[in-house]
Design a protein around this ligand. Sequence first.
Ligand SMILES: [Zn+2]
Length: 229
Amino acid sequence: MMMWFDPMYFIFLSPAIVLMLWAQFRVKSAYAAGMKIATPLSGASAARHMLDQAGCHDVGIEETHGMLSDHYDPRHRVLRLSRDVFHSRSATAVGIAAHEAGHALQHAQHYAPLALRNFAVPAAQFGPTAFIVLLILGMFLRNPNLIYLGLIAYGGLVVFQMINLPVEFDASNRAKAALSEYGIVDQQGAVAVRNVLNAAGWTYVAATLQALLTLLYYVMRFTGGSRND
Ligand SMILES: [Zn+2]
């Protein structure tokens, strides 16, 4: 069970960890800076306008609790916006709200990577748990096949993260374009929106890198040539 304390794991993962910390710091500072740039519409109104312009009149917008809990729920076809994003008339609010509206537009227009991502959600949800269970079972029973199966299960998370990247970037691009096109942000506001959405994009890149490096680490650990345990 030495593997749980392997310092190599943290050295191996360090690029992803550093990138994640940097991205989270950027999200926080861009979020705060963008809150100070005023816009004529609130986040909710901006998203409503963007949805209506695209003919998505039936997509609802609700307020939800918790900071940065904003998301689009494809099952109920509703945008859930956190309190600040819902009410605030700021570049941060309209940027995040428009990003979530971008996901609703992807859904309405049957944007293929989104469908693929939704299909891969169970792999992301159960992959890591299945991985740990199979890893422990495989080591106890000394059955390498269970370990390989666990690695494949973890691969499901990596695949999900990779499909997720173009989906997130596309939603942000839709948001930036719509906010400028409809005159919801001026040039200064557009820069603030771009900073918020790009910073958020980097957290997805960091999460993908983290999942990929974790998988590589375990693949090397269990299939590599050096069997010194
Ligand atoms: Zn998103």
